[in-house]
Design a protein around this ligand. Structure first.
Ligand SMILES: NC(=O)c1ccc[n+]([C@@H]2O[C@H](COP(=O)([O-])OP(=O)(O)OC[C@H]3O[C@@H](n4cnc5c(N)ncnc54)[C@H](O)[C@@H]3O)[C@@H](O)[C@H]2O)c1
Length: 332
């Protein structure tokens, strides 16, 4: 299933650049790749699960590379042989539940994987800009205060900790080795192409399309800051461009969020309303080991990068629902 859409940006600094995207079959990667291709970049996409059930088929033009981010020699060769200018490191085991069931697998994948990507970049002189995806979850529980970039990273749960470690590794490589690396800390992403049905937005949309009541695993009160994936993709690319041009971005971490924070029950009800559905959500009330309340301030990205979300939650949800209506094969 391919992502799709129109970006129209005219002359772009990305034209002619060779870009390696890790986690290239994932949600955010699909939209980053689309924007890069439309801007004239050459896109190499690395993933270790191109044929997996959750893989999004990349936009036409992405060169698919089968490989694991922990394979440092493979990365090193790729960066050198293909004269890679930019590395956008998005690959990760991103699901919270599987991380709790298999913390070591998630640590190995996300932490070792990240040092491997950074180490390959360190060994290759041609890489001029690197963006590493951390997460708002790296901050841990801030008792409902909005996350700001000067707050300490106090993650406790396994996935969250793996992102905090990724984040700190990126900072280490920038401070100690001078790598031109910047870090994104996005709120909860949603958008077309996400086939992770355990995530609340795709899971709810699919349930409604199937005529089934959507399930909420928690008690519905967990607050999340939702960000449409195309706004996130634009932020990633603005930051990647900036880190290659302006020294102050080296080692910088930036939050990205749309201010669309709300309890899980509310986002589910919004989707039901936008889909004209009378279904009632089933609230399971499971005791989840997750942060209760996440709010993200994107003031720094606005100030330093001039980034702005272009989509309200409703506008992003409308596009997302339309994507699933088009691409999901629902039995009649
Ligand atoms: N989805 C969100 O809400 C969110 C929020 C904040 C940050 N992030 C971060 O942004 C990045 C992208 O998130 P997403 O939701 O698009 O992810 P995703 O789960 O949709 O895709 C991740 C991709 O990485 C690949 N991958 C995993 N381990 C790999 C390995 N060892 N080698 C090669 N490929 C591997 C997977 O096969 C998958 O295609 C991740 O680093 C994630 O932690 C995501």
């Amino acid at each position: 299933m391919a992502v799709g859409g129109e970006f129209n940006r005219g002359l772009s600094p990305w034209s002619g650049r060779s870009v390696l995207v890790t986690g290239a079959a994932g949600l955010l990667a699909g939209w980053v790749e689309l924007e890069l291709l439309e801007s004239g970049a050459t896109v190499l996409g690395l993933d270790n699960a191109w044929d997996g059930p959750r893989a999004t088929i990349p936009p036409e033009g992405v060169e698919r590379i089968d490989g694991d981010i922990r394979n440092t020699p493979l990365l090193r060769d790729l960066l050198a042989d293909r004269r890679v200018d930019t590395v956008i490191h998005l690959a990760a085991q991103t699901l919270v539940g599987p991380a709790i069931e298999d913390p070591v697998g998630t640590f190995s994948n996300n932490i070792e994987g990240s040092w491997s990507v950074l180490e390959a970049c360190r060994a290759t002189s041609g890489v001029r800009r690197i963006v590493v995806a951390s997460s708002d979850k790296a901050y841990g529980d801030a008792s409902g205060r909005p996350y700001r970039e000067d707050m300490p990273l106090r993650a406790h749960h396994p996935y969250d900790m793996s992102k905090a470690a990724t984040d700190m590794l990126a900072q280490t490589y920038s401070v100690t080795y001078g790598l031109p690396v910047a870090i994104t800390r996005c709120g909860n992403l949603y958008g077309g192409g996400d086939l992770n049905w355990s995530r609340i937005i795709p899971g709810t949309i699919r349930s409604v399309l199937l005529g089934e009541a959507p399930e909420i695993r928690s008690d519905g009160t967990f607050v999340r800051d939702y960000l449409y994936v195309r706004d996130a993709a634009a932020g990633v690319l603005m930051l990647a461009d900036a880190v290659g041009e302006r020294a102050e971005f080296t080692g910088a971490a930036l939050n990205f969020a749309a201010g669309g924070r709300m309890p899980v029950i509310d986002i589910v009800r919004r989707i039901l309303k936008l889909m004209n559905s009378n279904l009632e959500p089933v609230v399971l009330g499971l005791p989840l080991k997750e942060i209760q309340d996440q709010r993200v301030s994107a003031a720094r990205a606005r100030r330093l990068l001039g980034w702005r979300p272009r989509y309200s939650v409703d506008a992003g949800l409308r596009e997302t629902i339309a994507w699933y209506r088009t691409h999901l094969k629902v039995p009649a």
